[in-house]
Design a protein around this ligand. Sequence first.
Ligand SMILES: Nc1ncnc2c1ncn2[C@@H]1O[C@H](COP(=O)(O)OP(=O)(O)O)[C@@H](O)[C@H]1O
Ligand SMILES: [Mg+2]
Length: 199
Amino acid sequence: MKKRGLLICVEGLDGCGKTTQAKILVRKLRRIGYNAVYTAEPTSGKIGRFIKRYCLHGGKRVSNIVEALLFAADRYEHVATEIIPALKDGKIVVSDRYLYSSLAYQGAAGLNLDWIRRINEHVISPNLAIFLDVEPNTVIKRLKPKKSVMENLETQRKVREVYLKFVENGELVRVNGNRSKREVAKEILSTILNFLEGG
Ligand SMILES: Nc1ncnc2c1ncn2[C@@H]1O[C@H](COP(=O)(O)OP(=O)(O)O)[C@@H](O)[C@H]1O
Ligand SMILES: [Mg+2]
């Protein structure tokens, strides 16, 4: 088994293919000898379950600020209890959403990006952050049967704009997700292998 602690996150709009691609990536990395693990946010821990119940699916929602704090709290637990131990074991951790989801979604909702970063300052930075970019119109179509409150077109556009700012400043690597699952998977794997070989 090749040992290399590394944190990769896959970011993007709801329905852009993050879960699909993060899972394919883990399978492919394992096949070539890396000890890779899949993980996701919101987590399945106490705070993550609370978020899924009160922040994502309509009904009685909490305020934006409380929402941002909850995501930061869930992430802190995620990092402390799952990510750091896995990295110490030399694993490649692939996180389906991470810090940039808070910046993009809560930022698009009007919160200050510096404040969101501050409340997340205890989490570790990813080694590589992928933005899986898909047209907002396309994700709306893919998601039709299971829309969450975050998923109207206007919101998706705003969220994408914030993500693209992080592509511009080099924090996120953009992968064009408007292609077949197989083509997207191929590009993500080669991006990661380049990174592993280069750094
Ligand atoms: N490249 C793609 N082309 C077409 N449909 C896709 C593609 N990637 C994923 N999908 C489909 O879109 C839906 C959302 O994918 P999913 O991986 O759950 O997205 P996310 O985790 O980003 O919300 C699923 O039904 C999935 O099968
Ligand atoms: Mg998903």
